[in-house]
Design a protein around this ligand. Structure first.
Ligand SMILES: C[S@@+](CC[C@H](N)C(=O)[O-])C[C@H]1O[C@@H](n2cnc3c(N)ncnc32)[C@H](O)[C@@H]1O
Length: 251
């Protein structure tokens, strides 16, 4: 059984299961957009579309949770770029959640990754010729400080800023920026002004991730990106005087 004192499995709109966290009083994914769809359209597709061809891709997946962003990345990678070396690094505070994932009901698209799911759930590391995946069981804030100029992609997929603010502050994004390559790209479901300000104040340009069948999300990059609608942050700031980015000392 996956369900326990802290989590219950919930069916989302696209037919895939997500989970509800009693501790954070929040679902792991948007139940309206659907767990599988949210992961694919808000993170994996926009991230890979903005990357130029490269031999090796390093991803920081904040946070592992049920592993949808990592597993969707494997789906994409298998279909479009299986020659690329892929390295995924993912912190997750909840050790018992990771252990229970072998009993989670994943979408049928993930059946081909059963061995990877089992290995990650039991050993927190999976490795083969082209693939390295590491789940760090611990605090993401500490973990990201280990890296400098490493990541091509960051999936920023923590619980919401209101329920888990420590993973959305100005200082947090400072560490994320340091961990990323200059040409790296960050994806997040959040469109909150405070979050965008925290990224903007760290030198990120902000873009809309829009589609007809899902709620708008955000793409951030320090280099200018082509073909995306940029968020006019100067305009937002002038219309919202008094709104500030979250700071560590306010939490
Ligand atoms: C919204 S869920 C992540 C969903 C995940 N990306 C997926 O696709 O299934 C947020 C996760 O962040 C974890 N978490 C909360 N605070 C954390 C922290 N400080 N460090 C690492 N993980 C944390 C929670 O345990 C939860 O699993």
């Amino acid at each position: 059984m996956f369900d326990d004192k802290l989590h219950t499995m919930t069916l989302s709109e696209d037919g895939s299961f997500t989970a509800y966290s009693k501790e954070y009083d929040e679902h792991y994914h948007s139940t309206k957009d659907g767990a599988l769809k949210e992961s694919y359209v808000k993170h994996v597709i926009p991230a890979f579309h903005t990357l130029k061809d490269r031999d090796e891709v390093s991803i920081l997946d904040i946070c592992y949770g049920l592993g949808f962003n990592t597993l969707c990345t494997l789906l994409y990678y298998k279909k479009y770029s299986s020659q690329t070396k892929l390295k995924i690094y993912s912190p997750e505070l909840d050790a018992s959640l990771i252990e229970s994932l072998e009993n989670f009901t994943y979408p049928k698209e993930f059946e081909i990754f059963r061995e990877i799911i089992l290995t990650l759930s039991r050993q927190n590391i999976y490795e083969d010729e082209n693939l390295y995946i590491e789940i760090f069981v611990g605090d993401a804030r500490e973990y990201v400080k280990r890296f400098s100029n490493k990541f091509d992609i960051v999936y920023q997929d923590a619980f919401s800023p209101s329920s888990n603010p420590i993973l959305w502050t100005y200082e947090y994004f400072q560490d994320i920026k340091n961990a990323m390559k200059v040409e790296g790209v960050l994806t997040t479901y959040s469109i909150a002004l405070k979050v965008r300000l925290a990224l903007y104040e760290n030198g990120f340009n902000l873009y809309l991730n829009e589609g007809e069948e899902y709620r708008t999300a955000t793409i951030a990059s320090r280099q200018k990106l082509q073909g995306l609608k940029e968020v006019d942050m100067q305009h937002k700031i002038s219309c919202n005087l008094g709104v500030n980015s979250l700071k560590d000392n306010e939490i």
